[in-house]
Design a binder for this molecule. Structure first.
Ligand code: MN
Length: 468
């Protein structure tokens, strides 16, 4: 791969040529989307349909005036309203286009950040590892977002905002790589606080100390909050620890960022004290690995800054980091250095054991899929990886034109996608593919993307262990 020699600075600012747009025009503009429904071409299945959504439309009227709701304030009595949330989204859209990152505290004061994260954390920490979603409403499932705020705003408008009749399940990886991970994560937390039983935020492998220190989020927070950055970053990490790991929708669909997980002989309720206490190291090879149960998942200890890749608490790492394979059985995920690879037989076993029809996981973008000869590319934002007797395994990726920063001239030009599941069966996914919002505001990356490998392979977890 051709790599650029020069290194970008870590503090970004919008270029003077970036278009100025009114937040009301970008958020509230009616979208004239052409939606065509056609049979899925990847699969012979007669029950799966796919929608193609046209590329986002744009209103380029310049509006350098800041929205009247700046700075954002925490509503009286902490009662969030839809109007407050719409203003929140408009302000982030506007500030991402018109202000240098270091002005962010003038948009969202630390006191408001604190109130939001505290409210969300209280809800999230109480949720079980695997949340059960049993409503008679349609469910929108979303894959990796990676700080691509404007694409997320498009997705929310395109799918329709969360409501009494529309539940959202986000499959993790809100931050890192893209330049607006903080806005993206906070916006999703705000939806969670407004509608705790309609919006579900699952954890991704990037919601961790290790990933955010390598892939940009920590630097982004420092650039945006300066002297208060350490406090803000710490609060975000604490919130990541509270995110649940998986969901089961209507008893039919299992979703998690990475996917399936191993059975652990025993799950300790307490962490071993200090590194010396870690005597039990389970280096399981393929012959001793077996598929974990939902009961084991429910008992796993998820509140860790970085899921361990060794020891006795391996289920969170598996759920967040594993990948499917076309090779049968379970095996260590050597390319990632953590998690598992699982074959179609494991997909069948898991679906059959729990009477499920679908597994929807995320975690692999176009860069990761370029290296996977056995699996399809991620050009449309989704792939169907396993089709077995009991159902299907789907990978869903919702960051179009990913990654935002790339060392090569050539881009993947991938679409992102989201899935809509409809009652009463919830097992006929409708795929909505969409293109990136263009042009993206011009900002610098918060990580040295020329030096970081494209997908999260062969990570050095030794460093992460020191402060786990
Ligand atoms: Mn991931």
């Amino acid at each position: 791969m051709q790599r650029k020699k020069e290194r970008e600075g870590l503090t970004g600012s919008p270029s003077s040529s970036s278009p100025l747009r009114s937040p009301s025009s970008t958020i509230a503009s009616s979208l004239h989307t052409r939606v065509s429904v056609s049979m899925l071409t990847q699969s012979e299945s007669s029950t799966t349909t796919t929608c193609s959504t046209s590329s986002p439309s744009h209103d380029a009227r310049p509006s350098p005036l800041p929205p009247s709701s700046i700075p954002l304030s925490w509503p009286p009595n902490a009662k969030l309203t839809l109007d407050w949330l719409l203003a929140f989204m408009s302000v982030f859209d506007w500030s991402s286009r018109n202000l240098p990152p270091s002005d962010f505290p003038s948009v969202l004061p630390v006191s408001v950040f604190d109130a939001l994260v505290l409210s969300a954390s209280k809800i999230l920490h109480k949720e079980p590892n695997c949340v059960r979603i049993d409503h008679d409403s349609s469910v929108v499932v979303v894959g990796d977002v990676h700080g691509q705020l404007h694409d997320l705003l498009f997705l929310l408008r395109d799918a329709g905002f969360p409501s009494q009749n529309r539940i959202f399940v986000f499959n993790g990886d809100y931050v890192d790589r893209g330049a607006w991970g903080l806005e993206t994560f906070l916006l999703l937390l705000a939806w969670k606080v407004l509608m705790p039983n309609r919006v579900y935020l699952l954890r991704g492998n990037h919601e961790s100390k290790y990933c955010t220190s390598v892939y940009g989020f920590e630097q982004e927070v420092m650039a945006k909050y300066g002297g208060q950055g350490k406090h803000v970053y710490r609060k975000c990490l604490g919130c990541f620890e509270g995110l649940p790991l998986a969901s089961i929708i209507a008893g039919r669909v299992y979703t998690a960022h990475g996917g399936l997980f191993r059975s652990m002989p025993s799950t300790p309720s307490k962490r071993p004290k200090g590194r010396k206490g870690r005597r039990i190291t389970l280096n399981q090879d393929s012959s001793t690995l077996s598929l974990g149960s939902l009961e084991e998942l429910s008992k796993a200890r998820r509140s860790v800054l970085d899921p361990p890749w060794e020891g006795t608490n391996l289920i969170p790492g598996d759920v967040l980091w594993s990948d499917p394979s076309m090779i049968s059985g379970l095996s260590p995920n050597k390319d990632r250095g953590i998690g598992l690879l699982w074959g179609p037989d494991c997909t069948e076993e898991f679906l059959r054991n729990y009477n499920l029809k679908l597994i929807i996981r995320s975690h692999e973008g176009p860069d990761a899929r370029e290296k996977r000869a056995d699996l399809s590319g991620m050009q449309d934002g989704y792939t169907i990886d396993h089709e077995v007797e009991s159902g299907k395994l789907i990978t869903l990726f919702s960051a179009p034109d990913y990654p935002q920063f790339q060392a090569t001239e050539e881009r993947y030009n991938n679409k992102g996608a989201y899935i809509v599941l409809q009652p009463p069966d919830f097992d006929t996914p409708v795929f909505h593919s969409f293109e990136a919002v263009t042009p993206r505001p011009k900002v610098n990356a918060y990580y040295s993307y020329e030096d970081v490998i494209d997908s999260d392979e062969e990570l050095d977890f030794g460093a992460a262990a020191e402060d786990d």
